[in-house]
Ligand binder design. Structure first.
Ligand code: PAF
Length: 296
């Protein structure tokens, strides 16, 4: 496994590998502090491509003022061991001055899809994400890029950007990976105090209960689902709900309270963002409801 810190060296290495073998290049973009969710992306990339590039870059421009850019967990040594054990060929770890040698005057911004959910709570966040992902696509020129569905809005936004800008890459969304008790894996879980970690289980519990009740018909409309999600999350005294939404996916159109979820005719996402102390967690479930629930 090669560890590369400059764009020039990375481009040369990829050119060299492409000249020797025709197999596709896969990119797994991350901000490091790797966990089993990231490992599943690397494994998928390993299955589908001949060269797996993992990028580790805590991207300052996707953090707002007062957010956790400075304190975002970092552990390069451990990350390199995780990458190696998951069959990564190249780890790209640029520093901020390599990615942004001067203040960036160009940004890539996707409209509409970024104005709600995390886009509403974190203004400018998705412009930072699409700008850096675009730069990574231009640097690596991957055939496939792998993203976790825990950040489902991010996946929808990046897929839109790829379509709108005719970027020659296939986005591969990968399923959420959870702890045995249901908590979705996130690098930010490390911030949770034991009591917050315990109470955060209401996220997966609320999503699971909503799915079960939609399937057995105890709830049918989007309004009933919103109420159910809010009620279950509020059982955790310290949970501070940012949003608990019911939307079509990937359009991210909120479904009216009166509309039956089964009548939408498209994939539906239940999406949550909730603060536990200073930690904001997100979670979601994506499904199709026709004759029963099917996961998509
Ligand atoms: O999902 C993340 O870790 C980041 O948003 C990404 C895609 C690596 C861009 O910085």
């Amino acid at each position: 496994m090669k560890v590369i810190r400059t764009i020039e060296e990375l481009r040369a290495e990829i050119r060299n590998r492409r000249s020797k073998e025709a197999s596709p290049v896969g990119l797994v973009p991350t901000m490091g502090y790797l966990h089993e969710g990231h490992a599943s992306l690397m494994q998928r990339a390993r299955e589908m491509t001949g060269t797996v590039v993992l990028s580790i870059f805590v991207n300052p421009i996707q953090f707002g003022p007062g957010e956790d850019f400075e304190t975002y967990p970092r552990d390069e040594e451990r990350d390199l061991a995780v990458a190696e054990s998951n069959g990564v060929d190249i780890v790209f770890i640029p520093d901020v001055s390599e990615m942004y040698p001067q203040p960036t005057k160009t940004k890539v911004a996707v409209s509409e899809l970024t104005s709600l959910l995390c886009g509403a709570s974190r203004p400018g966040h998705f412009d930072g994400v699409t700008t850096v992902v675009n730069k990574l696509f231009n640097i690596v020129k991957p055939d496939f890029a792998f993203f976790g569905m825990k950040d489902a809005q991010q996946v929808a936004v990046i897929e839109q950007m790829v379509r709108d800008l005719n970027i020659d890459v296939e986005i591969v969304p990968c399923p959420i990976v959870r702890e045995a008790d249901g908590l979705a894996l996130s690098s930010r879980n490390v911030y949770l105090k034991p009591e917050e970690r315990e109470q955060a289980l209401v996220l997966s519990k609320s999503l699971q209960t909503a799915l079960e009740q939609l399937e057995n018909g105890s709830v049918t409309t989007a309004g009933e689902v919103r109420t159910l999600l809010n009620n279950i999350i509020s059982e955790a005294p310290i949970a501070d709900i940012d949003y608990a939404e019911v939307l079509t996916f990937p359009e991210l159109k909120p479904i009216d309270n009166e509309t039956k979820v089964s009548d939408t005719g498209s994939a539906v996402i239940l999406a949550l963002a909730v603060r536990f102390g200073r930690t904001r967690l997100i979670d979601n479930v994506l499904f199709q409801l026709k004759e029963g629930i099917s996961h998509v």
